[in-house]
Design a protein around this ligand. Structure first.
Ligand SMILES: [Zn+2]
Length: 154
């Protein structure tokens, strides 16, 4: 009689009930990617962002790190995360380039490292441009108004 060992597919009524308790929220196993409506486990109606928890994954049949997230969130969240990493990479690259340039100029006495000299434009300027473009993409993406902020401006 006891069938708790075999994972049972939820009925449509259950799914609907869980969905109504936490609309749009799901819980995802970080190990295998198995997702379930979060409403099965709790109520989450007016929260934002993602949260991490430890729970029992039905597919792994073991305790796993699980992410509580909105089903419709990943695209936008991933995009702003990408833009943030663009900005970080750009700023780090720029800092490294400046540090190398200064080291070449001061420590190694390389003539090409002299700012705005003919050799500098060829040897160093492209590096500055590349990292500045990276950083600019990141900053431009982050400063753009989010879709939610657009409703007041017409
Ligand atoms: Zn799993």
């Amino acid at each position: 009689m006891n069938s708790e060992n075999a994972p049972r597919e939820p009925t449509p009524e259950e799914l609907q009930h869980w969905e109504s308790r936490a609309p749009g929220w799901q819980i995802r196993c970080r190990k295998c990617g198995f997702t379930e409506p979060f409403g099965k486990y709790g109520i989450r109606l007016a929260a934002a962002g993602t949260a991490c928890t430890i729970g029992f994954c039905r597919r792994c049949r073991w305790l796993r790190f699980q992410v509580i997230e909105r089903k419709d969130a990943p695209a936008g969240a991933a995009q702003s995360a990408n833009l943030r990493s663009f900005r970080t990479i750009g700023l780090i690259g720029l800092a490294v380039t400046i540090a190398l340039n200064l080291a070449a100029l001061l420590a190694w006495q390389k003539p090409s490292a002299k700012y705005f000299s003919d050799a500098w434009w060829g040897a160093w300027f492209p590096s500055y441009v590349i990292w500045l473009v990276f950083a600019a993409i990141g900053f431009a993406g982050c400063c753009r108004p989010k879709p939610g902020d657009m409703k007041n401006s017409s």
